[in-house]
Design a protein around this ligand. Sequence first.
Ligand SMILES: CC/C=C\C/C=C\C/C=C\C/C=C\C/C=C\C/C=C\CCC(=O)SCCNC(=O)CCNC(=O)[C@H](O)C(C)(C)COP(=O)(O)OP(=O)(O)OC[C@H]1O[C@@H](n2cnc3c(N)ncnc32)[C@H](O)[C@@H]1OP(=O)(O)O
Ligand SMILES: CCCCCCCCCCCCCCCC(=O)OC[C@@H](O)COP(=O)(O)O
Length: 398
Amino acid sequence: MGLLQLLKSQFICHLIICYVFLVSGLFINLLQLCTLPLRLVNKQLARRVNIVLAYCISSQMVAALEWWSGTECTLYTDLESYPFYGKENAIVVMNHSFDIDFLLGWTFCERYGVLGSSKVLAKKELAYVPVIGWMWYFLEIVFCKRRWEEDRTTVAHSLQNLRDYPEKFWFLLFCEGTRLTPKKHQVSMQIAESKGLPKLKYHLLPRTKGFYITVQNLRGNAAAVYDSTLNFRNRETPTLLGILNGKKYHADLYVRRIPLELIPEGEAECADWLHNLYQEKDSFQEQYIQTGRFPGSIVNPPRRPWSLLNWLFWSCLLLYPLGLLLAQLISSGSILTIFTSVALCCAASVGVRWMIGQTEIDKGSNYGNKEVPEQQLKNPDKLNAASLHNASCQQQNS
Ligand SMILES: CC/C=C\C/C=C\C/C=C\C/C=C\C/C=C\C/C=C\CCC(=O)SCCNC(=O)CCNC(=O)[C@H](O)C(C)(C)COP(=O)(O)OP(=O)(O)OC[C@H]1O[C@@H](n2cnc3c(N)ncnc32)[C@H](O)[C@@H]1OP(=O)(O)O
Ligand SMILES: CCCCCCCCCCCCCCCC(=O)OC[C@@H](O)COP(=O)(O)O
């Protein structure tokens, strides 16, 4: 292990990175709060300010991936589609199989200049995560409770609000609805079988309602669906702690641009279309496992300096006062003050560790985990409505 690598694996470095992230993040959240009155006077300006503020937070995590861990990102795509990336609104459909797939999404957003404005259909629980969740609130992220009866109106309403959004955005949709685990895969394939759908090897059965409502509400606003399939070289399963430890990964992303006009308008046809898409995505993953590459031409979008510069800016701003504070603390000689400061640091570390835990599949929700009773599987009509809804409520509450 080289000296630099040894340094990156030191706990003190992780503490410093997390301190900068947490303190700058909370400060930015406060600034975001101040944009509320501005929104009443000039909505579009308030939105633009929030895009810049959100960039200051999310690009710190992107910088950790790109500059600290040195993770490389390769894009596979067709060269006719390439000029559109970053120049139009798009719905991104991606597999949800890795702890840090969202961070890879952000990294590609950064490279195409849409990081500050990027959007996602996120589970409501994430809105309460300090820094990121609070930032999303001001960024008009679309939240869902994963309870269709409630989501059908709230999600449509939030999507409609994006009609006059002042900057180009990518709207990310993890149609699988939850991250892939062997148990969730087994349950969803049981459901696929009962619905007479072909089985998927590398994906959960996609939930079609969120996709339908997104396409329906963003028609005329988004130009295309970017079908994105992500995997990592050497069958690695990267984690955020790995990134903090400076571990370098290599991500491969295959993107197909599908104009929105090609997606059927009817709900049932749209659902069939999505099921077909996931079968194709499965075949791309199979090809990747067999050959180590996706179809399409290889493009290596270069990393840009902005995420690093933003990180350096916040580090300089916040580490200097921290140094002064520590010096004062030690020279004060007060055991009580020193003890209180150490306790505060421990509490902050536990808080950040909890936030990192939100990215870990092992600590994920029970959504999609519950096996459906045999008699309901034999009667697919019953599957759709109340029984599954009740099951999913029980899963989320457990
Ligand atoms: C050039 C580069 C290109 C691209 C770069 C890539 C990406 C960059 C883009 C943007 C980046 C932006 C941001 C990234 C940052 C952070 C993101 C972080 C994380 C947030 C992600 C999440 O929170 S994921 C969880 C929330 N999202 C979703 O759930 C979306 C999908 N879900 C849906 O669409 C659902 O339908 C719903 C949520 C709208 C409603 O949920 P509900 O549970 O009520 O589901 P359904 O009504 O759909 O369920 C009943 C139907 O489903 C069938 N069923 C039941 N059980 C299962 C099961 N286990 N598996 C599959 N299907 C099941 C059931 O039979 C019912 O069927 P119907 O026939 O009646 O539909
Ligand atoms: C600079 C680095 C500093 C690191 C500090 C820690 C930052 C923590 C950021 C928390 C961001 C949380 C985003 C998690 C996204 C995610 O992947 O959510 C999972 C959901 O889709 C599905 O959930 P589930 O049903 O549980 O699989």
